[in-house]
Design a protein around this ligand. Structure first.
Ligand code: KG4
Ligand code: ZN
Length: 349
């Protein structure tokens, strides 16, 4: 992998992600790039409940983070004493889950006498395409599509995020998850809908493309979910019907996201766009965006597929970039977490 950070003083940064239902750790070296990462997904543990149970999530993070870190260090030929800094997700996310990562990061950093730096989870997602090659250059447009957020923004640099528009109700990933539930599929819904859609055809059912012509950069996905509910209520759908409905739903979300992304590129007069967050793993969205972008001469960048969803690598990278830019480090070692935190309030390092 490439090294997105250039720094006279090389840094080895451990990243820790525990904002929701994935325990992620990674090692990022400012000259050698991403050395490795480990992930433990809690999906199976939460599946019976149809969604994430916060208390169970926190307890599982406690069990996983240190063994994962040890395994990662060993596999990369490093030890704790080689670390120069620890980056952890400070928010937004589940308070208890965030506290696990923050406590471990600060405990280790204190013991090793190195800095710990709190990272905004969405900053991690937005910068994650820098872990792939080719690498985008600032400024660029970012389409952030995750389970909790759907935002278009102009990214001028690390800490320079100008929101262009966002969802007024459900996030795109949330719409995938809720629609999957309506179709009797498991959680998380995005990958399941995508899989089912492979066997179906869009257009057999007709779903709306909400706000596609609204002239702004906002989105609305809750009506789409209601339209799916109307299509399934009181009916016994065949497997073929379900596949067609999944295909139409996926097409509707992709149509809206692609249309607004292209508008944002036109309005900002930028020619690079990065797609980040779990829904960015959707291959139909990728194909459609790549095709339209190519027609207009725009370049599209994605994180490596496995780093679209939550992971420690994006947190390690964001920490390395901030520290390399001279980010101030909290010397008191007091820490807190920020379950609610607007990306736009961040500042440059
Ligand atoms: O970024 P992420 O891992 O977590 C948040 O920060 O929210 O995103 C998770 C979301 C879930 O809603 C999941 O259903 C969706 O990303 N997702 C997908 C796909 N893979 C994950 N949605 C559509 N297609 C996919 N292939
Ligand atoms: Zn995320």
């Amino acid at each position: 992998m490439n090294a997105a950070v250039q720094n006279p003083q090389p840094l080895l940064v451990l990243g820790i992600e525990t904002s929701c239902d994935e325990s992620g750790v990674a090692l990022y070296h400012t000259e050698r790039g991403l050395l490795g990462h480990r992930l433990h997904s809690q999906v199976a543990m939460h599946a019976d409940y149809g969604g994430v149970v916060p208390e169970l999530a926190s307890r599982d993070h406690i069990r996983r983070v240190l063994p994962l870190t040890q395994e990662l260090l060993t596999s990369c030929g490093h030890q704790l004493s080689d670390l120069n800094a620890i980056a952890y997700t400070q928010g937004p996310g589940l308070a208890g889950a965030l506290l696990v990562g923050a406590s471990i990061a600060h405990g280790l950093a204190y013991a090793l006498n190195i800095p710990a730096i709190g990272i905004h989870h969405l900053e991690g997602h937005v910068l994650s395409p820098l872990l792939a090659t080719p690498t985008p250059a600032f400024p660029f447009v970012a389409l952030l599509v995750s389970g909790g957020h759907t935002q278009l923004m102009r990214v001028g640099g690390v800490g320079d995020y100008k929101l262009l528009g966002e969802t007024v109700d459900d996030a795109a990933g949330e719409a995938f998850d809720k629609t999957a539930q309506l179709l009797g599929l498991g959680y998380p819904g995005g990958p399941q809908i995508a899989k089912l859609a492979e066997r179906g055809k869009p257009g057999k059912f007709k779903l709306p493309r909400p706000m596609i012509g609204s002239g702004d950069f906002n989105f609305s996905f809750s009506g789409l979910k209601t339209a799916v509910l109307t299509a399934v209520r009181g009916k016994t759908l065949s497997d073929a019907d379900k596949a067609n409905l999944a295909a139409e739903f996926q097409a509707a979300v992709a149509d809206v996201l692609v249309a607004k992304a292209l508008n944002a590129l036109e309005k900002t007069k930028l020619n690079q766009i990065v797609i980040a967050g779990g829904v960015g793993a959707n291959l139909r969205l990728r194909a459609q965006l790549n095709q339209h972008a190519a027609q207009h001469g725009y370049q599209v960048f994605y994180p490596p597929l496995e780093l679209c969803t939550d992971n420690g690598a994006m947190i390690a990278l964001a920490g390395a970039m901030r520290l390399s830019a001279g980010a101030a480090v909290n010397a008191t070692r007091a820490f807190d977490v920020r379950p609610r935190w607007e990306l736009e309030t961040l500042q440059r390092a």
